[in-house]
Design a protein around this ligand. Structure first.
Ligand code: HEC
Length: 123
């Protein structure tokens, strides 16, 4: 009886710990996931202009600024569309800088965006 109680408490503690174990800066992707590197890169390079909650990114906070990119919680992106945006500076090429990340890093960010963008998009 007592052993079962201790087990329950230990389990509860473990669950509590893992729930706060995700990234110091608000990244909600587990470090064990293949998309974690992309989440970190997104948080470092893209978060200034884009909202994407799983990366802990909330854009500039000023929704009125011209450089503010689309809220990626509300856009569904494929790997190809995300990589295209990274390589070409968004779809218009006018505001978002091109090639902020390149090569493997660009692919890592695109994989992360493809998996996690559109969380609030509905269907
Ligand atoms: C200086 C601000 C800025 C930065 C930094 C920035 N973006 Fe953008 N991004 C924009 C703007 C503005 C647009 C919308 C205009 C356009 O598509 O040309 C955009 C468009 C996009 C789109 C297309 C969204 C859609 O569905 O229309 C994607 C995907 C994207 N960005 C991903 C990224 C990624 C990934 C990074 C980091 C490597 C990044 N952006 C960095 C400003 C930025």
């Amino acid at each position: 009886m007592r052993a079962a109680l201790i087990t329950t408490l230990a389990l509860a503690a473990a669950v509590g710990l893992s729930a706060c174990g995700f990234g110091a800066n608000g990244i909600q992707v587990s470090e064990n996931e293949p998309e974690y590197q992309g989440a970190e890169l997104f948080s470092a390079r893209c978060a200034g202009c884009h909202t994407l909650t799983p990366a802990g990114a909330e854009g500039t906070g000023n929704r009125g600024t011209r450089v503010q990119g689309p809220n990626l919680d509300q856009r569904v992106e494929t790997f190809e569309s995300a990589l295209f945006a990274i390589q070409n500076g968004g779809y218009s090429g006018a505001i978002m800088p091109q090639n902020i990340v390149v090569g493997d890093e660009a692919e890592a960010v695109a994989r992360f965006v493809a998996k996690y963008a559109g969380g609030d998009a509905g269907d």
